[in-house]
Design a protein around this ligand. Structure first.
Ligand SMILES: *Cc1c(COP(=O)(O)O)cnc(C)c1O
Length: 433
């Protein structure tokens, strides 16, 4: 209530610097930028002058006028042309997956059979859906991420024993995450065979013995060795006896003709792999998750290992992954297969809507899979080319647009922008001059 002694509240408009010093407002500046917050303060001050707001409510009105983010994670428009971009959260989820997360957010029957009232297998609907998509797998298990799937499989099958792996597959996957270190952490010993560029079946044979826990084949996702090379296909490794764990990484469940060099779970299992491990949020286009598919006895051994509990998948991830596996193609799939002619048309429209001061042009370019997938593959694409300094300014818009800087130009590639969001990119660009 306005205090009668202090007179007309319109005369008591709080000062801008006092409002900006409020801790909540200061926090909002760090998220939304000073200009945006000052604009909201100005609007609230005007409401006090108009008598529509009491002076005490200016801070709340300022915060309420800012775009709603329920967490500090800011939605970003990915105009880099990189489909699976780890820095912006890898795979964007499908609408079905987002709805599944909302459905699972409250109490759900994740480990309960509503018919019998008994406890049931966690995420059983998802496991059944995975087996329908990959009939060559007898059993499935889902854990927290791909690295956890690999650690769990090698721990359960080879702790205290040897994991036999080719020197050509001793890779670093990214962000300092190195396969040899990961295996060492499991209590299994790494038995390296062959050389960086060539490993033969005889190299594996020489290393096998009573100490062998499993043979590990790792897809060296993010690099290629070219020239004088040799590696042993899964078919031959499977004939050696010990179980073969194949870390395919990308999460393709069956072959994709666009990605001929990417391994997939169906092909690996048909070739004789005992267990395949993969990520949920790479080419599969789902949430962060680690997927294990394979023979019933091996998957059961892995599932029963005590470590399995420590890498258990969250119910929200289980829900999103099931919706991804059972639903229409995920956004990642649509972006990978985007038609270059349609991308060109969209770029032309965007360039036409761009303020003339920016001298926008259209150029032919290429997107990439990213996320350590298909390193040699480029996706023919088009982009709107802007002055280089636009990149940083687009990134700091209220709805940030992440463009790519290439040879002194800021390239806006629409491949990974949902077509119904082109206007948001146009809006951000229109703020630049
Ligand atoms: C990405 C990747 C991993 C790690 O999977 P995360 O889901 O990132 O934990 C492991 N192996 C390979 C071959 C990969 O490409």
């Amino acid at each position: 209530m306005p205090d009668a002694h202090q007179g007309d509240p319109r005369r008591r408009v709080p000062r801008t610097d006092a409002i900006l010093a409020d801790p909540l407002v200061a926090e909002a500046i760090s998220r939304h930028g000073r200009d945006r917050v000052k604009q909201a303060v100005g609007t609230a001050q005007q409401q006090v002058r108009d008598g529509a707001l009491t002076p005490d409510d200016v801070v709340n009105a300022t915060l309420a006028a800012l775009p709603l983010h329920r967490s500090s994670l800011t939605p970003v428009l990915n105009a880099t042309g990189v489909v699976i971009h780890t820095n912006v959260g890898r795979a964007p989820l499908s609408t079905a997956a987002v709805e599944a997360i909302a459905d699972a957010a409250g109490y759900v029957d994740v480990e309960l059979d509503l018919e019998t009232g008994q406890r049931s297998r966690r995420g059983r609907g998802l496991l059944a859906a995975l087996l329908r998509r990959v009939p060559d797998a007898e059993a499935a298990l889902v854990v927290n991420n791909g690295a956890a799937a690999l650690v769990l499989a090698t721990t359960a099958l080879a702790a205290g024993k040897e994991v036999v792996v080719s020197r050509g597959e001793m890779v670093e996957i990214g962000d300092g995450f190195r396969l040899p270190d990961l295996i060492a952490s499991t209590g299994a010993r790494l038995r390296e065979v062959g050389t960086t560029n060539r490993t033969t079946i005889a190299d594996y044979e020489d290393a096998l013995g009573t100490d062998t826990g499993c043979i590990l084949k790792v897809h060296p996702s993010n690099f290629r060795v070219e020239g004088f090379t040799a590696q042993v296909p899964v078919e031959q490794l499977a004939s050696l006896g010990p179980p073969v764990v194949h870390d395919i990484g990308s999460g393709l469940l069956s072959p994709d003709p666009l990605l001929p060099d990417e391994p997939d779970a169906t092909t690996a299992l048909r070739a004789g792999a005992a267990v395949v491990t993969a990520s949920g949020d790479k080419l599969l286009g789902g949430p962060q998750a680690g997927i294990l598919l394979g023979r019933a006895d091996e998957v059961e051994r892995i599932r029963r290992h005590p470590l399995a509990r420590a890498v258990r998948a969250d119910k929200l991830a289980l829900a999103a992954l099931e919706a991804t596996v059972t639903g229409p193609p995920a956004p990642v799939t649509a972006y990978l297969h985007a038609d270059p002619d349609q991308l060109r048309t969209r770029c032309e429209r965007l360039a036409a809507a761009t303020p003339p001061e920016l001298n926008a042009t259209i150029i032919q370019t290429h997107g990439v899979v990213g996320g350590g997938g298909a390193p040699g593959l480029t996706l023919p694409s088009w982009a709107v080319s802007l002055p280089e300094d636009c990149a940083a300014r687009l990134r700091t818009q209220p709805r940030p647009v992440l463009a790519r800087v290439d040879r002194g130009r800021c390239l806006v590639d629409l491949r990974c922008i949902p077509p119904d969001a082109d206007h948001l990119v146009a809006e951000a660009i229109s703020q630049l001059p």
